[in-house]
Design a protein around this ligand. Structure first.
Ligand SMILES: C[S@@+](CC[C@H](N)C(=O)[O-])C[C@H]1O[C@@H](n2cnc3c(N)ncnc32)[C@H](O)[C@@H]1O
Length: 277
């Protein structure tokens, strides 16, 4: 059997993919926006409270968490807008405010290391391990190499913190790295099969009892029962876990924006491994 390299997936969809994206932006989205305008108006309040149960469970207000995010990012000149910014920042800040003190934190998928930098400042006494593809990985070559110089420069600037241990490897090889157990894991590498499945498998087995796993870009089924055509398979993997450990996974709205919430909601999953008795 001849296998199509996984990276070709990007290449073969390039042309029609661009046209489809342009049609979505110019035609479909404005129409949907118009048709759903009353639902969007209605959701304006809902988006401000939908994530509250997570923060309530930790006994920390969301506004206190965002204030800490702003304090951490101010020296870097990064502005904080809770409506636009991804909710993981507030979640990690809330964990800190609740007294959570991780010894070791793992991020799968470094990109330009914006979250890595934040984690290293928030948990300055922890070791922050972050993993990203090596330069010769076919997926890196296909998707990231064209933008390599600027991308790598920003990554290196952000990674320049004493408590960050940045590793270049495909997460496929992570078991061979013999890393320690982690108290907090941020799954944000590839969101597609097959990687998303082994990243969750690894996180599930490597997180300490009482530790937390967060998984980015979960796009669940819509109310209509239709699945959004998505570049993320995280929801299927999490649904599989949820069937076996019901009630342990929370979904947080990634961006607290009414329009996104109604048109194409994206979530971040959070689960805490039960403490051993
Ligand atoms: C969405 S970005 C990460 C964003 C970053 N975590 C943040 O919060 O700003 C995804 C990154 O995962 C990396 N990646 C994709 N597949 C991977 C794999 N199998 N192993 C390691 N890293 C991978 C990509 O190179 C890319 O830099």
């Amino acid at each position: 059997m001849r296998l199509l390299p996984a990276s070709q997936e990007f290449a073969v969809t390039d042309g029609p993919g661009k046209l489809q994206a342009a049609l979505m932006r110019r035609l479909v989205l404005p129409m949907k926006r118009y048709l759903l305008s009353s639902e969007i108006a209605h959701a304006k309040h809902e988006v401000t409270v939908v994530n509250d149960p997570f923060f309530d469970k930790l006994g920390v207000s969301q506004s206190a968490a965002w204030a800490l995010v702003a304090d951490i990012l101010a020296p870097l000149g990064r502005a904080v807008d809770p409506k636009i910014m991804s909710i993981q920042y507030a979640c990690f800040a809330a964990l800190k405010l609740s007294g959570f003190k991780p010894k070791a934190v793992l991020e799968l998928g470094t990109a330009v290391a914006d979250t890595t930098q934040f984690l290293s400042r928030l948990f300055s006494d922890s070791e922050i391990v972050t993993v990203d593809l090596p330069l010769d990985d076919p997926i890196y070559q296909m998707a990231l190499a064209p933008a390599e110089t600027a991308h790598e420069r920003r990554k290196q600037e952000n990674l320049n913190q004493p408590n960050i241990n940045a590793m270049r490897m495909n997460s496929l090889h992570i078991l061979s790295a013999e890393l320690p157990k982690f108290d907090l894991i941020w799954i944000d590498a590839s969101h597609r099969y097959p990687e998303i499945a082994w990243d969750h498998f690894y996180a599930f087995h490597t997180v300490q009892p009482g530790g937390w796993v967060f998984s980015d870009d979960v796009q669940p089924m819509l109310k209509s029962g239709r699945r959004i055509k998505t570049a993320s398979h995280a929801e299927e993997v999490l649904a599989y876990l949820n069937d076996r450990f019901p009630g342990t996974i929370d979904l947080l709205l990634k961006r607290q924006d009414a329009e996104k919430y109604v048109l194409a909601p994206k979530y971040i999953a959070a689960y805490q491994k039960p403490k051993e008795k």
